[in-house]
Design a protein around this ligand. Structure first.
Ligand code: PHE
Length: 513
């Protein structure tokens, strides 16, 4: 069969099938020597997907003739050319005549030497004459056989290679055989079983295309979830599992009152400096806290006054901070620095609820939302990030219970072996920073902050004296960076985020433990 260099894959598949009808096994480099490798491969893949052929890729070194060797194949070896020239000239040739006859100085020189050695010619006076009638040009025959693929004799090949007449080149070819479904033509494969096929009965003789379970499917260019959103969802799930209710946390702007004063943060506290907190310039201030719905019966004015008093002179058994508390300072609008501002408002509302025995009921609240701090931006800090925050209000809670709770909570995120370090927050006492050993970084890293809210905060809200409230907070970014192996927070949040990074993130992480 004539190999075609211009064959399309379609023609090529039938050519391959044809070739196999004549021979059980074919070698692509022989049968389709002229066809580009990729086309042969594509045609074979089409056929083998239908089990019509099987093929195996083989690699071998092929001997290729150097230009000089090709010259020998067409004109004979140097020695044979010298012999022929001498033989044809009656009475021999002088060296000069021989050179003119051959027309190449090198060929003459090399050929002469070899022909003398072979005893084909000899010197007779000033002439060179032939000693034999005919010779066998071995080199030419060997090269011709190699060119026609008729020999693979290792000794001959090595010898010719040493004489720089050959070079070797890797050739990839396919050894092709009939497959279990071999036929001369590609049968049309059905991809769907239709009602018509069932009605006519044609399904009985139809060939169905097998499912390709290796196909990846086309890129859908659909939306993708941000890693922060995914980890946020994991935390939400844990909170719901543990009986928490989500707090409404979508309000980014708060008054200093809810962000600081209600939490018993003194007005001189460094966290309230311009260097740490973003203040709103327009409008600059909020009104006093007040009910937002008609069924909110709480006396916000009384609460406001109690906050003033507990800061200024102390109350509920506390001696307070003893400084002149400024209403203006407390009404300044800020971008909330923590979601604990939301927790404060929720705890105040809790005080008005009536549970069993006429007392306010236990509660578990959480939020996961954005907060703002005036920080200089670096690899681990941004001016805005997300805080995961939880509060638990109940009677008879102890610090040990908080530690136990934190262990359980973080274990659900596969974060274990927590360490607790005494810390300070104006609104909690005692306070603890939470650390976990990070295997990758080989050190303890801070993963959260926690504590039991102070009576100065809770009793001012009107919560019962024996109600205890745990609170804790952590950033959403830190665990996300750890889980997704991100070392620079700017790759996760902000204008430098690469959309491809978001898109290529796996939908599911199977990294538990
Ligand atoms: N507000 C704290 C922070 O910003 C977290 C916290 C919340 C600590 C509640 C104690 C209680 O880190």
């Amino acid at each position: 069969m004539a190999p075609t260099g211009t064959s399309s894959t379609g023609d090529l598949t039938s050519e391959i099938l044809q070739a196999l009808s004549k021979s059980d096994q074919i070698l692509s480099t022989e049968a389709f020597a002229q066809v580009p490798f990729d086309s042969v491969k594509a045609a074979l893949d089409r056929l083998s997907a239908r089990s019509m052929v099987t093929y195996e890729q083989i690699e071998r070194d092929e001997a290729l003739l150097e230009p000089e060797a090709e010259n020998i194949v067409s004109h004979g070896s140097h020695e044979a050319r010298v012999f022929e020239a001498v033989r044809k000239a009656m009475g021999g040739l002088s060296i000069q005549e021989l050179e003119t006859e051959i027309g190449d100085k090198t060929v003459t020189k090399l050929g002469q030497g070899k022909a003398f050695k072979e005893k084909w010619i000899k010197k007779d006076g000033s002439k060179i004459v032939a000693l034999v009638d005919s010779i066998h040009d071995v080199t030419r025959d060997q090269l011709r056989m190699i060119q026609e693929n008729k020999t693979r004799d290792g000794k001959i090949l090595a010898d010719l290679r040493k004489r720089k007449l050959l070079k070797f080149q890797k050739v990839i070819s396919f050894k092709i055989s009939k497959g279990p479904k071999y036929a001369l033509e590609i049968v049309k494969e059905e991809t769907d079983l239709t009602a018509e096929m069932l009605a006519s009965g044609s399904w009985k003789s139809a060939t169905f295309k097998p499912y390709n379970f290796n196909a990846l499917g086309a890129d859908q260019h659909a939306g993708s979830l941000h890693p922060l959103g995914k980890v946020r969802q994991e935390f939400r799930q844990i909170f719901f599992e543990m009986g928490f209710t989500e707090m409404p946390s979508t309000q980014y702007v708060e008054s200093g009152f809810w962000n600081f004063d209600a939490l018993y943060v003194p007005q001189q506290h460094p966290a309230r400096d311009l260097q740490d907190t973003f203040y709103i310039s327009d409008p600059k201030t909020a009104g006093r806290p007040c009910p937002v719905s008609p069924d909110d019966k709480q006396d916000y004015n009384e609460y406001f006054e109690n906050v003033r008093q507990v800061h200024e002179n102390g109350k509920y058994g506390s001696i307070g901070y003893r400084y002149p508390w400024s209403e203006d300072e407390s009404l300044r609008l800020v971008l909330r620095t923590h979601t604990t501002a939301v927790s404060a408002a929720m705890l105040y509302k809790l005080a008005a609820l009536e549970g069993p025995g006429g007392r306010c009921p236990p509660a578990r609240y959480f939020s996961i939302d954005r907060v703002f701090r005036n920080e200089s931006v670096d690899a681990t800090h941004l001016c805005e990030f997300h805080q995961v925050e939880g509060v638990i209000a109940d009677y008879g809670l102890t610090l040990g219970g908080l530690m136990e709770f934190m262990e359980t909570f973080f274990a659900k995120m596969s974060i274990t072996d927590l360490k607790f370090k005494p810390a300070y927050n104006p609104y909690t006492e005692p306070s603890m920073e939470i650390f976990s050993y990070h295997k990758g970084l080989n050190k303890l890293i801070e993963i959260g902050n926690s504590g039991m809210f102070r009576p100065e905060m809770l009793e001012t809200m009107g919560l019962p004296k024996d109600l205890r409230v745990y609170g804790f907070g952590l950033s959403l970014e830190r665990p996300t960076m750890i889980k997704y192996g991100i070392s620079n927070i700017r790759e996760l949040l902000g204008h430098q985020v690469d959309i491809n990074f978001i898109k290529k993130n796996p939908a599911v992480r199977l990294d538990k433990n």
